[in-house]
Design a protein around this ligand. Sequence first.
Ligand code: ATP
Ligand code: MG
Length: 431
Amino acid sequence: MSKSVAKKIQAIRGMNDLLPSESPRWQFFEGIVRQLMQRYGFAEIRTPIVEQTALFARSIGEVTDIVEKEMYTFEDRNGDSLTLRPEGTASCVRAAMENGLLYNQTQRLWYQGPMFRHERPQKGRYRQFHQVGIEAYGFEGPDIDAEVILLSARLWKELGLMEHVTLELNSLGSSEARAAYRDKLVAYFEQHRDVLDEDAKRRLTSNPLRILDSKNPAMAEMLDGAPRLLDNLDEPSQAHFEQLKAMLDAAGIAYVINPRLVRGLDYYSRTVFEWTTTALGSQGTVCAGGRYDGLVEQLGGKPTPGVGFAMGVERLILLLETLDLIPDEAGSDVYLLAMDDTATVAAITLAEQLRSELPWLRLQLHCGGGSFKSRMKKADKSGAAYALLLGEDEIAEHTVTLKALRDDQAQQRVPQAMLAHTLSERLPNTP
Ligand code: ATP
Ligand code: MG
């Protein structure tokens, strides 16, 4: 006989299981999100997790962190280069174009699901993570920018997060204005070459705007003195930005202008924003987005303005947990048990009858036999507020014993015909 023990296979680093103890928190969050999307008139779209590599390279940009070093790219059996999606916007645009959703019409879409980036795993940063995002197509004016931001703001309000997040706002202007600004910026950086770190030197030719985003304290002073994109906006972008700010002011949404906010994806133009928090250490951005008026055309479609955001679900749930903002929820309302095996059939029948009568009831039926004592232990462990007990006597007199598990109300025999009524009265979450 071989003595070797088979080595256990483990999950991929940075990719997490969502355990039964955690999933109620995700469901809580997702439930609020789904409702909110309906309230604002956004429709859900679901796209494949795998796309052609070229889709991301062409949209996010060849010299961004994501495309340069974070994508999960592989060859499939036909030799095609495929990539696990690192974000949702490119896929949404592709799907909208491919299915004619952009033809002479506007769209307001939302999505949710896993994204993949090969980053160094740490708190709030994973290799498989989840985003909820929205995308609006075909709207040119700042009203939809405001609407997108207001939707996110309402989500923070509903979750109790509003006083823990800050809206940072900037405008990147048109691509022409940005190109002119880029030259100015490179000239400025050239003058301060001695303070540039390795990363910045590398980006100087490829993506100089991203240098503005650096968190390196050694460059902070130099970056503070850099020419500001906001002072170099083209006239229409300037007007767009002023109108957006006025709309946010009117809606009572506070923001700070961050002239160094540039975002790590190349497709943005005009409005960019981030919602940040100080409660999560360096992984402080919980939602990020902006306008991408050139992207549809860049991917081969008719010029179509776009605007949207993506938020990191893990970070938001972490934040809600840190601030203790997720309501506790028991797993079940009632645990129904036969006192011994002779009552099993009666218990199954009663459980199904109750589920028909009370569709909102969360009822767990005892399965797996065992002594009376072990059945009661399982009832207690289920988290249910009440146990329903069925034995010989109850069956004979068409009753059931109702026993409170969380407080010391006296236990009581209830006629089975009255049970639905009694439970409706006793349970706090009755609809
Ligand atoms: P960061 O600066 O934190 O790397 P990013 O600019 O790469 O973020 P986006 O691509 O704009 O992020 O994605 C939007 C949101 O998705 C982020 O604000 C964040 O909340 C979340 N997010 C991004 N990357 C990860 C990751 N690896 N793990 C968990 N959440 C992430
Ligand atoms: Mg990143």
